[in-house]
Design a protein around this ligand. Structure first.
Ligand SMILES: C[S@@+](CC[C@H](N)C(=O)[O-])C[C@H]1O[C@@H](n2cnc3c(N)ncnc32)[C@H](O)[C@@H]1O
Length: 311
């Protein structure tokens, strides 16, 4: 396959076909991955949608059912896939994934080694980052998980960029055939320190390793092992705070009271200017902003290290 064909395949700039995977989007928190099948229907609280009406429409289309209700049909990009995939394991989410790709310096053409594959959440983004000429070799010792991941990569259109191997990476290390060939290595393993010596052998000179661990004790042990062959060792915890910004009804306040919506304090008090504008034009509701209640807390620690150059 030509590189240009690969790029085309993962940008989804074409009409939806029978057999394609689409993300049916109702709201940012109601999405579902659906395989298009000409004779099938999709059912939700709005009623029934015929798949046959979807075929030929571009990804991103708004499609209606007979009652005039609608959903959007989105392409299964890594960003959306991470939100809808079936969780066979704990997975990496958007904030950690973005950070990993940046700090591992992954660009098109890179060779990346990964273990474990898990649900393939990170792998899908790695694949897109190395496309069209790079490759991700990912390993999991759980055969069924590896097989399910292969099926998912096929469905999301990245299978030509990813090879899934079944292997105990903590016990056996990465296969020798990759020695000195990897631009970066990513580990999401319970005992990463066991795989670090092998990861070091796989990396090209100056290559970067990242290890993701939920517990600080795992980080401490991994860092101890990293010290012998790696430099520039740094650990991060990425905490993401999402905000809800919308028009809202405001309980107006006296000078020194806090502005609030119901019992929830607003992000800031109205300035006297805004206050008087509002009195002149009460039909124009203010915009309120507050942190979302559903924001994710701790996911894990990301430890990065660069292979020492011994020359
Ligand atoms: C938390 S999951 C990885 C999730 C993945 N990063 C994602 O974003 O979907 C950890 C995976 O490591 C695999 N694993 C654990 N020990 C392993 C080992 N010794 N060798 C290879 N894989 C292993 C598990 O089977 C599991 O699928």
């Amino acid at each position: 396959m030509l590189p240009s064909e690969l790029t085309k395949k993962i940008t989804f700039s074409r009409g939806i076909r029978d057999g394609d995977l689409v993300i049916v989007y109702e709201r940012h928190d109601i999405m579902k991955a659906v395989k298009v099948c000409e004779s099938s229907v999709f059912q939700n609280r709005f009623g029934v949608f015929k798949h046959s009406d979807w075929i030929g429409k571009p990804f991103g289309s708004k499609v209606f059912n007979s009652k005039g209700r609608f959903v959007y049909l989105l392409a299964p990009t890594p960003e959306l896939w991470t939100l809808v995939l079936s969780h066979r394991t704990q997975i990496l989410y958007l904030a950690d994934i973005s950070f990993v790709i940046m700090y591992l310096e992954i660009v098109p053409g890179c060779v990346v080694l990964e273990s474990g594959t898990g649900s393939g959440s990170l792998t899908t983004s790695l694949a897109r980052a190395v496309a069209p000429t790079g490759h991700v070799y990912t390993f999991d010792f759980h055969e069924q998980r590896a097989e399910s991941a292969r099926e998912d990569f096929e469905r999301t259109g990245v299978s030509s960029l990813v090879t899934v191997g079944v292997r105990d990476i903590q016990g056996e290390g990465f296969p020798d055939q990759f020695s000195g060939l990897a631009d970066s290595v990513f580990l999401d393993l319970p005992q990463p320190w066991l795989a670090i010596p092998s990861a070091g052998k796989m990396l090209k000179q100056d290559g970067v390793l990242c290890s993701f661990s939920p517990c600080i004790e795992q980080v401490q042990r991994a860092c101890e092992t990293l010290r012998s062959n790696f430099t520039d060792i740094r650990t991060f915890e990425v905490l993401l705070r999402t905000y809800e910004v919308r028009e809202g009804k405001m309980d107006y306040c006296q000078d020194d009271d806090l502005a609030s919506v119901g019992n929830i304090p607003c992000k800031r008090k109205l300035s006297s200017n805004e206050g008087s504008n509002l009195q002149k034009n009460p039909s124009c509701p203010p915009i309120i902003a507050r942190p979302c209640g559903e924001a994710r807390g701790h996911t894990g620690y990301l430890t990065f290290a660069r292979l020492k150059c011994f020359q």
